[in-house]
Write a protein that binds this ligand. Structure first.
Ligand code: SF4
Ligand code: SF4
Length: 173
């Protein structure tokens, strides 16, 4: 069942996510265990550059298909203005509050995702979409749990974690 969501992805992405599902316990332990490392940000930032240089997000869009970004008030203001509607209308039509009292999408895939994997509100998309998968963020220590979770959503994060695992193993030997 968990693999059915991967069917439409490119082969490489499918393999990376299937492996991340298979190794989820090992990966969770490994990623959460990275919190002590002084080179944590450096490791993720260089992997982020390296992996995204050869990742085609338009062939994937798995984040837009399977998870919802948080829509902050400023995002809702900006997007509703772009769509020529009132913020309350945008909320009524597309959003609800989750258990953390954040606005998230009612539907998955995202209502703004086109069949061609282009975002129909790309220029005004939520900040959370612009920053996803957050692996170039300062202070990765604070988002290790999220980063582990993203190995199950984003093939690029799954690849970064595999590469970091190899690099850590090589340093040990
Ligand atoms: S708003 Fe755009 S970038 Fe964000 S999840 Fe929806 S389709 Fe993807
Ligand atoms: S950010 Fe990750 S999940 Fe989203 S489209 Fe790019 S590779 Fe796919």
């Amino acid at each position: 069942m968990i693999f059915s969501q991967f069917m439409m992805l490119p082969d490489k992405a499918k393999k990376l996510l299937a492996k991340a599902v298979q190794l989820r316990k090992e990966n969770k332990k490994f990623v959460l265990g990275l919190y002590k490392r002084k080179d944590l940000d450096k490791m993720f930032h260089s992997e982020h550059e390296r992996v995204f240089e050869k990742t085609d997000c338009l062939a994937c869009a798995n984040c837009c298909k399977t998870t919802s970004p948080i829509f902050r008030d400023v995002d809702i203001e900006r997007i509703s203005k772009h769509l020529g509607m009132k913020p309350a209308q945008l909320i009524d039509q597309h959003l609800h509050l989750d258990s953390d009292q954040d606005y998230v999408l009612n539907t998955s895939p995202c209502t703004f995702l086109g069949d061609d994997n282009y975002c129909r509100i790309y220029d005004v998309r939520p900040r959370a979409c612009r920053d996803y998968p957050h692996t170039d963020r300062k202070n990765m220590m604070g988002i290790l749990e999220l980063t582990y979770h993203n190995t199950l959503v984003c093939p690029a994060v799954a690849e970064m974690v595999e590469n970091i695992k190899k690099a850590v193993d090589q340093k040990k030997s």
